[in-house]
Design a protein around this ligand. Structure first.
Ligand SMILES: *[C@@H]1O[C@H](CO)[C@@H](O)[C@H](O)[C@H]1NC(C)=O
Ligand SMILES: *[C@@H]1O[C@H](CO)[C@@H](O)[C@H](O)[C@H]1NC(C)=O
Ligand SMILES: *[C@@H]1O[C@H](CO)[C@@H](O)[C@H](O)[C@H]1NC(C)=O
Ligand SMILES: *[C@@H]1O[C@H](CO)[C@@H](O)[C@H](O)[C@H]1NC(C)=O
Ligand SMILES: *[C@@H]1O[C@H](CO)[C@@H](O)[C@H](O)[C@H]1NC(C)=O
Ligand SMILES: *[C@@H]1O[C@H](CO)[C@@H](O)[C@H](O)[C@H]1NC(C)=O
Ligand SMILES: *[C@@H]1O[C@H](CO)[C@@H](O)[C@H](O)[C@H]1NC(C)=O
Ligand SMILES: *[C@@H]1O[C@H](CO)[C@@H](O)[C@H](O)[C@H]1NC(C)=O
Length: 495
């Protein structure tokens, strides 16, 4: 496997080498690339969708408990992995997955996935295709033929469908979380669904220059601000109930929501040649990401999922979210170079934390003679980077988050061997910061602070409310769904 032969031990102060953690010298492109390769290998150990005999509708999927969205998110990470490292190992697997889940209308709505197909899930797949378009990722391999639309046309198809679902029947707009009424969460207007459309619109705007996409990005942003999903301090709150006409908010903050809006705003900042409107918005969003860093005073600038992580209560989905904030912060730094110094600091510190936390046994690798005694065999990632140790909570999302935060450094260091100047999107440039932007450190230790407004008190996180198990907290409309099935659909009902 590419890269694994090149794992090197360099002793500098930047190396984290507790027991057999992943070696990472953040000053060495070779080391960052090798660590990324190790994580990517770990990600693929979870993949069973290419085994002989896999039904066609399961190609590209990861097995339970991983939902369809996380598979789309993973292939997006592997497109970046290819672009940033030049490693071709997973190209074919990734192409196959991106094609297999397209569905009959080439818009990532495969009927087999209807029971878990929300606007956000579709968005994660579309964003993978968008990245493939931006980086000129190879299309279908020669032996498959090329009867598929281009990655760009796939994203356009998704966009065209999403805007038909812009819902004026309540809240004066917004995308519902779910597409199908039968799915729990249909009456939730979620940040990630709207952030997904926002980012898709913004990236299409920048990539194509078509004004329709700019108008939609502005529309989604404006609606989110009016409803309050985008807070006055640039916070992204999780969602609102359309049966209440979006008069109340779920104030939980999740890192991937912040990332989705951040990178959309960075695209518009760049598209508008650095307009002050988008600079103000982007700076506000970036400042608000401070809530996701520094969980403890001895873990300054380390990324964590503040709503669940220090309490060990993140569910499978939530364990992956850090991946997307890291991914989209790094990409934002490229499009808005004034943000690069702050982002570089945060992601470098976080990647070092991840390396230390990725020191558990990776069973499939341990069983593979080729990697049995290598660093790879002890590169299973735990969930809490700030502890600088393996916490035993391992999984696809944890592996993915470590991959994203680490390969992000390659982008930030403008060091990829392949890309640099690709059509339209330049992922590596000489970054000359024009201003500095501080991201405030979180001073409180430990727990996420609960909402202070009494009216919102019922959204407060608390063990008494049993935050375990599911992806979002919401209190209304789903009272009959507090069971495993509801959890599997991604709903958890509080109160
Ligand atoms: C499935 O994909 C992984 C990663 O690309 C690869 O290592 C493995 O050999 C593939 N398995 C099959 C049966 O193609
Ligand atoms: C990808 O598939 C093509 C043929 O479709 C093959 O030539 C190439 O070697 C494959 N690449 C890898 C890394 O397996
Ligand atoms: C719902 O909220 C929107 C603004 O968000 C408002 O224009 C509309 O009148 C409200 N509808 C009802 C029925 O209250
Ligand atoms: C701009 O995008 C919209 C939405 O996809 C599409 O309908 C329209 O044809 C595009 N305009 C041009 C000039 O390509
Ligand atoms: C950005 O600047 C370029 C070059 O000066 C110009 O062609 C383009 O129209 C500007 N874009 C916007 C949205 O102002
Ligand atoms: C837009 O992004 C490019 C990199 O693609 C960068 O060189 C340029 O400085 C950015 N524009 C602004 C206004 O920051
Ligand atoms: C790995 O190490 C163990 C214990 O030192 C040894 O028995 C085994 O042969 C080694 N495997 C390989 C593939 O080198
Ligand atoms: C950080 O501080 C906390 C609380 O004082 C302590 O429990 C923890 O072990 C420290 N972590 C590290 C990595 O030193």
């Amino acid at each position: 496997m590419w890269g694994l032969k090149h794992l090197v031990l360099i002793s500098t102060t930047c190396i984290v080498a507790l027991t057999r953690a992943v070696e990472l010298d953040v000053n060495s492109d070779v080391s960052i690339r090798d660590a990324s390769a190790t994580y990517a290998y770990g990600v693929l150990t979870y993949y069973t969708g290419n085994l002989t005999g896999t039904p066609v509708e399961l190609i590209g999927m990861f097995p339970q408990p991983y939902y369809w969205w996380e598979a789309g998110a993973t292939w997006g990470a592997l497109v970046d992995y290819w672009a940033y490292t030049g490693d071709p190992s997973y190209i074919n697997t990734t192409i196959q997955a991106l094609i297999a889940q397209l569905g009959p209308e080439n818009n990532y709505m495969p009927p087999a996935r209807n029971a878990e197909l929300g606007n956000d899930d579709q968005a994660f797949w579309a964003l993978a295709a968008m990245t493939a378009a931006e980086y000129s990722f190879p299309a279908s391999p020669p032996d498959v033929g090329s009867t598929y639309p281009s990655y760009l046309d796939i994203v356009r198809n998704v966009f065209d469908g999403m805007i038909t679902r812009w819902d004026l029947s309540s809240c004066a707009g917004g995308l519902k979380w779910q597409i199908f009424e039968a799915n729990a969460g249909y009456h939730y207007k979620s940040a990630i669904a709207n952030g997904g459309l926002f980012q898709i619109s913004a990236r299409l705007a920048r990539y194509t220059g078509n004004a329709t996409y700019v108008e939609w990005a502005e529309r989604v942003w404006g609606w989110c601000e009016r409803i309050g999903l985008i807070g006055r301090g640039g916070e992204i709150f999780d969602g609102s109930d359309d049966l209440l006409n979006c008069t109340e908010l779920n104030h939980l903050q999740w890192s991937y929501n912040a990332g989705a809006f951040l990178y959309g705003a960075a695209n518009l900042y760049n598209y508008t040649n650095g307009s002050s409107v988008w600079q103000t918005r982007l700076s506000g969003l970036l400042t608000a990401t401070g809530v996701f860093f520094t969980p403890e005073e001895n873990a300054t600038d380390v990324l964590f999922e503040q709503a669940c992580e220090t309490r060990g209560e993140c569910n499978t989905d939530q364990l992956a979210f850090k991946a997307f904030l890291a991914r989209w912060m790094a990409k934002s730094a490229v499009l808005a170079p004034y943000t690069a110094p702050a982002i570089m600091t945060l992601l470098t510190t976080s990647a070092l934390g991840a390396a230390a936390a990725c020191s558990g046994p990776l069973p499939p690798a341990a069983n593979d003679p080729a990697t049995a005694n290598s660093t790879v065999a002890s590169s299973a990632c735990g969930s809490r980077w700030y502890t600088r140790s393996y916490d035993g909570v391992t999984g696809l999302g944890q592996q993915l988050a470590a991959l994203e935060v680490t390969q992000a450094l390659l982008l930030l260091r403008r060091a990829g061997p392949v890309p640099i100047t690709l059509p339209n999107v330049v992922i590596a440039t000489d970054v000359v910061p024009t201003t500095t932007l501080g991201v405030p450190h979180r001073t409180a230790t430990g727990e996420a602070s609960g909402p202070t407004n009494a009216a919102m008190g019922r959204f407060a996180l608390g063990e008494e409310e049993g935050v375990l198990g599911c992806r979002i907290l919401w209190t209304r409309a789903f009272d009959d769904l507090l069971d495993d099935e509801a959890c599997f659909q991604g709903i958890w009902v509080a109160g």
